[in-house]
Write a protein that binds this ligand. Structure first.
Ligand code: HEM
Ligand SMILES: [Cu+2]
Length: 706
């Protein structure tokens, strides 16, 4: 039943014999390999010398604490963001070097230094990594950290499932990284252009790496979606009615409904493609009853909702940040919530705008064109709400606010070009040009901006100290210069007719703009430096950057009503919610003391190593399936089942912290807060209800709940 493969196959080693046919003489890969070896060695050395193995194991690898899981998601996302950035640098330098027939070629390339087959892998990896393994994990990480705090919960509804989602994401990322050194990666674009992904056209293991890493990662994302939805529905603190749920939590709900309904479509689509490649079926082939466009339809039925999956949390984050730094309540809470749900709803009915040129005819195209444009209405509502929130507010331009304003600019420009693309007549002209690339980078940049806003905004909540503002602003401005320099020329090039995914530029008139893009990449590189400097300097100066519970002094929602850094049990006693902007309400009514009348026992989930083991086993399973090592695949699959069954018999999964112990821990936090408060403005204000400039307690903060 299995298909006949080209090249070697062996019952023990599967297709691993193919490795001998790959040429490992590429200096770029060699450099990356060296770098990871050296990096790994340094990390191991440091862990051993500093005696950190035990902390790593018990505080991080086996944890089920939603905040730590969130932090690990964000770290994985940032690492992959860096990897994706490296890919981008390679694409841009290749295009800048390979202009005109006389441009020289190196390392086996006719022009530039990347032969087409290698460049194709680089842009495929770039797209897939950035969307699924960089932006998505960073957002999931922020949702993980913030949502339980915002709704006054102890943890997520299913802490164990939460850790499992993380480790599946890690194993997906690991598979992509392994493909760099063992075998190769897909060359068929992040969308898996059909029939290029079918076995006859991609006989190697690259497409299989692409399939299995997405498959494993999306199981993780789906589990995360179940968890976040259940958490928001079931775990809200007493008094937190639906009308009081903070907007970020609302958008998290909307976005995870999208995830829960769309990721399974991706799973099924890839499974059908897997059948084609492994079992010789013909779902998506051009003959024997297969249908190429069925793949494209199914892919975008997931793909379009996915783009809203990343954009809605971004909207949610700036809906928290803009009011905080405008010192006003959010304008139009109800319309904001309705708009989020409307965007989620419309997102299922627009997928065909990705292939208007398929030739479905004017009626079908008109339907999808109108549906696509409808998205502009709720999106516009949101933009106006943010603007009205800022209108006559007392604006402060701390770093999170700068990123938030950048987000709004990008949303307007990216949304406009999206509207242009949604007109079939225009789309026929610019489809498959770099105008589309500029549009969606514009959109994904918006998400990145909001994510940086969110990370800077909630960082002090999680770690107890702020990130350095001066370096943060430099990071913002260099990143923004990079975005302008790379993507405005790209829009123009699209109009000039430059198609996407070129390895060679034949048109000399495009050259100046391509060079401008390369300069932009230089600014991005500078911004990476400022980001790393910001992290290092802030950690070094963490004592001076300490903050109290309300890190920004004007924060509004419930998460600011517990200590910074947040204790592992979140709230000493479950908070009672009185208003929509609970913390702002407490601040105004002088109810912002963090000391409750009395303490009670707290029930917490226990650490477990099962999720880590399951993650590692899925990595082995994925690797075995890619290389068709059937015995290993069977064995690891069996081990996964056994681990799940064994864990489900585990009854003793929680423990109690006695009230007295809680009281002692709380005392430490309160002492720390007092110390921060007495240090006053020097530490950036925002100690326990104190250190806030009097002006920020202005009368318009008054809000009577819903
Ligand atoms: C007002 C909202 C939006 C509209 C009207 C819109 C419209 C479109 C249209 C019509 C296309 C197809 C272009 C073509 O291939 O010819 C497109 C492509 C794309 N858009 Fe948007 N879009 C919007 C928002 C977004 C958002 C929020 C994101 C992501 C955060 C996004 C990401 C993408 C991506 C990734 C592609 C192309 C993928 C590819 O072909 O590789 N869009 N958009
Ligand atoms: Cu779309």
């Amino acid at each position: 039943m299995l298909v006949n493969l080209q090249g070697p196959w062996d019952p023990i080693f599967g297709r691993l014999g193919l490795i001998l046919q790959y040429q490992y003489n590429n200096p770029v890969i060699f450099f990356a390999f060296e770098l990871s070896l050296v990096g790994g060695a340094i990390a191991l050395f440091w862990l051993t010398c500093a005696g950190k193995w035990r902390t790593l194991w018990s505080d991080w690898l086996t944890t089920v604490d939603h905040k730590k899981i969130g932090v690990m998601y964000i770290i994985v996302g940032l690492v992959m963001l860096f990897r994706g950035f490296f890919d981008a640098v390679m694409i841009r330098t290749q295009q800048a070097m390979a202009v005109g027939a006389s441009s020289p070629g190196f390392m086996g390339a006719a022009h530039g230094y990347l032969p087409p087959y290698h460049l194709d892998q680089v842009f495929t990896a770039h797209g897939m990594i950035m969307i699924l393994l960089a932006v998505t994990p960073i957002l999931v990480g922020i949702m993980n950290i913030v949502v339980p705090l915002q709704i006054g919960a102890r943890d997520m509804a299913y802490p164990y499932l939460n850790a499992l989602g993380l480790w599946l994401t890690v194993s997906a990322a690991a598979l992509v990284m392994i493909s760099l050194f063992v075998g190769d990666f897909s060359h068929a674009g992040w969308v898996g252009l059909i029939p290029l992904t079918e076995l006859p056209y991609s006989p190697g293991v690259g497409v299989d790496y692409w399939i299995w890493s997405i498959q494993i990662g999306s199981v993780g994302t789906t589990l995360g979606a179940v968890n976040l939805i259940a958490t928001i529905i079931k775990m809200r603190a007493p008094g937190m009615t639906w009308g009081r749920v903070p907007v970020f939590s609302w958008t998290t709900l909307a976005t995870n409904i999208i995830a829960l309904t769309s990721f399974p479509v991706l799973g099924v689509t890839l499974a059908l493609l897997t059948f084609d490649r492994y079992l010789g079926t013909h779902f998506f082939t051009a003959s024997l009853g297969g249908d190429l466009m069925m793949y494209t339809n199914l892919f975008w039925i997931w793909g379009h909702p996915e783009v809203y999956f990343v954009v809605l949390p971004a909207f949610g984050m700036i809906s928290e940040i803009v009011p905080t730094f405008s010192q006003k309540t959010l304008f139009g809470y109800v319309t904001m919530v309705v708009a989020s749900m409307a965007i989620a709803a419309v997102s299922w009915s627009v997928w065909l705008h990705h292939f208007f040129t398929m030739g479905a005819g004017p009626n079908v195209n008109a339907y999808f064109s109108i549906a696509t444009m409808l998205v502009g209405i709720p999106t516009g509502v949101k933009v106006f709400n943010w603007l009205f929130t800022m209108y006559r507010g007392r604006l402060r331009f701390d770093t999170p606010m700068l990123w938030a304003i950048g987000t709004i600019f990008l949303l307007i420009s990216g949304g406009m070009t999206g509207m242009m693309l949604a007109v079939p007549a225009i789309n026929y002209i610019v489809h498959n040009s770099v105008f589309v690339i500029a549009h969606f980078h514009n959109m994904f940049l918006l998400v990145a901006y909001a994510a940086f806003a969110g990370v800077t905004f909630w960082f002090p909540k999680v770690f107890g100290f702020k990130l350095d503002e001066r370096l943060g602003k430099r990071f913002f401005w260099s990143f923004t210069l990079g975005s302008i320099m790379v993507f405005i020329p790209m829009y123009i090039l699209g109009f000039m007719g430059m198609t996407r995914r070129l390895d060679y530029i034949s048109h000399p008139a495009w050259y100046p703009l391509i060079l401008a893009e390369l300069v932009g990449v230089g600014f991005y590189a500078v911004s990476v430096f400022f980001f790393l400097a910001q992290v290092v300097v802030s950690i070094r100066n963490r004592h001076d950057l300490r903050v109290g519970a309300d890190a920004w002094g004007t924060s509004r929602s419930l998460e600011w009503g517990t200590h910074s850094p947040v204790p592992f049990y979140n709230f000493a006693v479950t908070p009672m919610v009185h208003a929509r902007d609970e913390w702002a309400w407490r601040r105004e009514n002088k109810l912002d003391s963090l000391k409750p009348d009395h303490y009670v026992d707290i029930h917490m989930p226990k650490n477990t190593m099962v999720p880590l083991i399951l993650g590692m086993l899925s990595l082995v399973l994925g690797f075995a399936l890619i290389w068709r090592i059937w015995w290993l695949a069977g064995l690891s699959f069996l081990a996964i089942i056994v681990a799940i069954v064994v864990r489900s018999f585990e009854k003793d999964t929680g423990y109690i912290i006695p009230a007295a112990e809680v009281a002692a821990m709380e005392q430490d936090y309160l002492d720390r807060a007092r110390e921060v408060e007495s240090a006053g403005e020097k530490v950036g204000g925002g100690a326990v209800g104190g250190g806030v400039p009097a002006a920020s307690r202005a009368p318009w903060n008054k809000l009577k709940g819903d």
